[in-house]
Ligand binder design. Structure first.
Ligand code: SAH
Ligand code: SF4
Length: 395
């Protein structure tokens, strides 16, 4: 096929064009970064080295200005500044709870806002990251579920949450020092903020790849947990393309109840979900799957439920994380009594499973699971109300 050869060559030698306007380097995969530097005029021979250097400045050292990239020539830095920006979501407000939990409200392009929560614990610190503004799903106990999906976050906006938290914690390493996961303030990531991460698969994957990259933020894949409501077709892909730990919002032991609590169950029911989960640890070479189970009074918290749960998950390496329901204004459920949660946990524990009860954290700043965004929205609403009452409203 001699005719094909020149065309291929042409494609290789024509510099790829950058889109109009400056390109944000944060969130580009290594391949995309190389392509972008090439398109901006970096000679082909140098592009591998240059992209490694830029990568390390961004993700290992946390610099935010091309001027600080001191191992690059001055004119190369000027070229970078002409074509690119280094942009993180903007922190609009920051609340610190009595228990040390930090909640950041961050603004992303288009003026949308999402929340990020940092939870310090004994020997580790976990960042709860959002993947979407709102959620398409409508789990009946979840406040995010009452908000419409506004949009998916980009990879840069997702890994940007990790970076801004490191900024706030002052955790970019000094030159030559690479703290181990165990000694870090931000040692774990959970994709348990707003949104369904498996409905934004590519961006979540790219962001987590960046967070795991050994020449950067360098978090082990075992310290990243992705929580899904049960998007069955994407579960195997999560194992293959991300390889992090998996948590699943199980929450019920019959399809009838799960249909109500986690309506995606009508699309992929408990049996289909369990089939996908059985394959997961083998595919990703990972540890146990976390079954999240929100404790709702008189809905899913009986001894019978506990026993059914054990039966269902038999054969799957699992731990069960019991989440006392975090109430929000207007929620149609109540938190199970403490005694009931204990009794439920006990049955599970006796069957040989770890059954930690998740301590609600940051409740005083509305930072607990499933409460995200609500405080902000309420604050807005009441501000509007106040304005209306004072006759300031333009409406
Ligand atoms: N969309 C994903 C991840 C975000 S939600 C998912 O559903 O898994 C993170 C966890 O918080 C999920 O287990 C979710 O079911 C739980 N959750 C949501 N609202 C809650 C609430 N009000 N109280 C306690 N847990 C809640
Ligand atoms: Fe979306 Fe998860 Fe909330 Fe369900 S629990 S509505 S999937 S964020």
């Amino acid at each position: 096929m001699s005719a094909a050869a020149p065309i291929t060559q042409d494609v290789l030698t024509i510099p790829r064009k950058l889109p109009e306007g400056p390109v944000n380097l944060v969130g580009l995969t290594r391949e995309q970064l190389k392509d972008a530097l090439l398109a901006a005029g970096t000679p082909e021979k140098q592009v591998k080295m240059r992209s490694n250097q830029v990568w390390q400045w961004l993700y290992q050292k946390g610099v935010r200005s091309f001027d600080d990239m001191t191992n690059l020539a001055k004119d190369y830095r000027a070229m970078l500044a002409e074509h690119f920006v280094i942009e993180l979501p903007e922190v609009v407000s920051r609340h610190v709870s009595e228990d040390g939990t930090r909640k950041y409200l961050v603004r992303i392009a288009g003026g949308h806002e999402v929340e990020v929560v940092y939870i310090p614990e004994e020997g580790r610190g976990t960042l709860c990251v959002s993947s979407q503004v709102g959620c398409t799903l409508t789990c009946s106990f979840c406040h995010t579920g009452t908000q419409k999906l506004v949009r998916n976050l980009t990879a840069g906006e997702i890994v940007g949450q990790v970076m801004l938290a490191r900024d706030d914690l002052g955790e970019w390493p000094k030159p030559g020092r690479h703290p181990k996961d165990e000694t870090r303030l931000l040692s774990n990531i959970v994709l348990m903020g707003m949104g369904e991460p498996l409905y934004n698969f590519e961006n979540v994957r790219d962001a987590m790849k960046i967070a795991m990259d050994p020449e950067g933020i360098s978090l082990s894949r075992r310290r990243i947990t992705l929580s899904t409501s049960g998007v069955v077709p994407e579960i195997a892909r999560t194992a293959e393309e991300i390889g992090c730990l998996l948590a699943v919002s199980f929450h019920a032991t019959t399809n009838k109840v799960r249909d109500k609590l986690v309506p995606i169950n009508k699309r992929w029911n408990i049996e289909e979900l369990l089939d996908a989960l059985k394959a997961y640890p083998k595919l990703s070479n990972s540890e146990r799957i976390t079954f999240e189970y929100v404790m709702l009074k008189d809905v899913n918290d009986s001894d019978e439920d506990a026993r059914r749960l054990i039966k269902l998950i038999r054969g799957i390496p699992a731990k069960i994380n019991l989440i006392p329901f975090n109430e929000w204004p207007g929620a149609p459920y109540q938190r199970s009594d403490w005694k009931r949660i204990k009794a439920f946990a006990d049955i599970i524990y006796k069957a040989g499973y770890a059954s930690p009860i998740r301590t609600p954290r940051g409740e005083d700043i509305m930072a607990a699971c499933g409460q995200l965004k609500s405080a902000t929205e309420r604050a807005r609403k009441s501000k509007k109300q106040i304005e209306a009452e004072a006759g300031l409203s333009s409406a």
